[in-house]
Design a protein around this ligand. Structure first.
Ligand code: GPP
Ligand code: MG
Length: 291
């Protein structure tokens, strides 16, 4: 018996599943004032929530237009505090170091890291519109030589192996399979490199995901992972946690304030507050070393 020679052909990159196409469509179409109005303040466009105590005196502002502006600025301040909190845990880094921003959105996090450390940044997003927007922002700042954004799949970036001193996911892990994602981070990070994730995860000591977690998944077209899965996937991918912090309490003032910003709400605010308060959902930071 003879057998035909085995022929393989390369898979197209990025391979985009139906799910990934839906996610890309969401972000290509997304123009929520809560993201654009906040970003306009200082051209730092974030796609994550805020942490820390809020200045609720903005709610007492008697002039309605000024009240809205002050609320917008206060929410942005809290989101920026979250971005800084993550950036603090990437270092120390030198200007010659490269960092990787997985699920970079409109690019704010990479700019924050660059401004902090002078490092080179590569951000990856599945949305062509976000990548274009972020690159235009970097060009306007005159940092496009150091900060670059790519329309790519974060599971399969095509970026060089071992070239990165630090990498992160800021509220973007819920769009992908964790095992595949952390394998890609581990490939990209040099030995001793730092990985940081801030994420919402469901609390599996309470059992399966709660109704509120399911509502959040439906709202963003994502799939929130259980807390345990992060540690399992890290252990299997040479990522050793050095710092774990529960940010759930620190996240509440942002959501309480956002809920009262009629000009910015998206309708998901009460669901986050209920999920955090009933214990089924947690906001977490994990920093890990790539060994
Ligand atoms: C923040 O983005 C939200 C996500 C990236 C997805 C879900 C995150 C979890 C922690 C579950 P955003 O800033 O675009 O959201 P919004 O428009 O609601 O401000
Ligand atoms: Mg937002």
């Amino acid at each position: 018996m003879t057998t035909a020679p085995h022929v393989t052909s390369a898979a197209p990159v990025p391979t985009q599943s139906t799910y990934q196409s839906r996610v890309a469509e969401y972000w290509n179409a997304e123009e929520n004032p809560v993201n654009l109005e906040l970003g306009k303040i200082d051209d730092l466009y974030h796609h994550h929530y805020g942490i820390g105590p809020a200045d609720n005196s903005v709610l007492d502002e008697p002039d309605p237009a000024r009240r809205n502006d002050r609320l917008t600025a206060e929410l942005h301040r809290l989101e920026h505090a979250q971005a800084n909190f993550l950036a603090d845990r990437l270092g120390p880094l030198a200007p010659t170091d490269r960092v990787f921003d997985a699920g970079c959105g409109r690019g704010g996090g990479s700019v924050v890291a660059h401004l902090r450390y002078g490092c080179q940044a590569d951000g990856v997003t599945i949305s062509a519109k976000q990548a274009d927007f972020a690159n235009a922002q970097a060009a306007e700042r005159g940092i496009d030589g150091q900060v670059r954004y790519h329309h790519r799949n974060m599971l399969d970036t095509g970026l060089p192996t071992g070239a990165f001193a630090a990498s992160w996911n800021n509220e973007s892990t819920m769009y992908v399979e964790l095992e595949l994602l952390l394998a890609e981070h581990t490939r990209l990070l040099r030995r001793g490199g730092r990985y940081v994730v801030i994420t919402g995860c469901y609390n599996d000591s309470y059992g399966q995901a709660s109704r509120e977690v399911s509502l959040i998944n439906a709202h963003y077209i994502c799939d929130i992972h259980p807390r345990s899965e992060y540690f399992r996937a890290m252990a299997r991918n040479r990522l050793v946690p050095v710092h774990v912090e529960d940010l759930t309490e620190a996240a509440l003032p942002y959501w309480e304030l956002r809920k009262q910003a009629d000009h910015l709400v998206t309708g998901i605010e009460d669901t986050f507050l209920t999920a955090y308060k009933n214990g089924s959902f947690q906001y977490r930071m994990i920093a890990a070393d790539r060994v």
